[in-house]
Design a protein around this ligand. Structure first.
Ligand code: AMP
Length: 197
């Protein structure tokens, strides 16, 4: 369920690290800013540094309402000194964070990241594979970051361990990713922003 009924909430999964080049933070900032500019709210992992921090700063600059969900044990490690203004939900553990983030988002974008990002992506993908209610997911590439993941999924399907159902989309920019999300969201959840009526 979304945080509010009249606005769409986008869950963003991404690394707490900054990635191999400045381009990663730039795209993460664009993702945050673009979702805000299109009138969406953000739910994410409450990180103040790395790509997470970049997404949140972009979203904040664009005027999004932000909810950050973080386990207490990660607070000191991942929030940093300059957390953009947001509602922070402190939870007990990683599973609770994932459950809350997934439950509060209407759709998901995943930027590159590490094990935590992969874990969150696989949770959404496996829920979709089982037919459980979960929003659409778009993997956002900065530099072909999701190609190996795609190869793994193809291999799993080739070996018969999963059906060949498309469970996510891929995009190469923030605008492309949000175009996909907005096309997929049920009409009632689609935001009526000027120019997109
Ligand atoms: P990462 O993609 O590894 O940079 O992590 C993104 C976020 O997920 C960070 O807040 C990590 O602390 C968190 N995280 C790391 N490992 C896991 C995991 N196994 N399950 C869920 N979240 C995780």
């Amino acid at each position: 369920m979304a945080i509010s009924e009249d606005r769409t909430t986008i869950g963003v999964f991404c690394g707490i690290a900054a990635g191999p080049s400045a381009r990663y933070a730039q795209v993460a900032t664009e993702v945050g800013h673009t979702l805000a500019a299109r009138g969406h709210d953000l739910v994410y992992g409450a990180g103040g540094v790395g790509l997470m921090g970049a997404v949140a700063r972009g979203a904040r600059a664009g005027g999004s309402r932000i909810t950050g969900v973080i386990p207490a044990f990660l607070r000191d490690r991942e929030i940093g000194d300059e957390l953009p203004e947001q509602t922070v939900l402190l939870v007990d553990d990683l599973l609770e964070r994932k459950r809350l983030m997934i439950g509060r988002a209407d759709a998901f974008l995943a930027l590159p990241g590490g094990y935590g990002t992969l874990d969150e992506v696989l949770e959404v993908v496996s829920m979709a594979a089982l037919g459980l209610p979960v929003g659409p997911l778009v993997l956002v590439d900065v530099a072909d970051d999701w190609t190996l993941f795609q190869a793994m999924v193809d291999e799993i399907q080739d070996r018969g361990f999963a059906r060949r159902t498309p469970l996510y989309h891929r995009a190469g920019s923030a605008d492309e990713a949000l175009d996909i999300v907005e096309d997929l969201l049920p009409a009632g959840r689609r935001l009526l922003t000027p120019g997109r009526l």
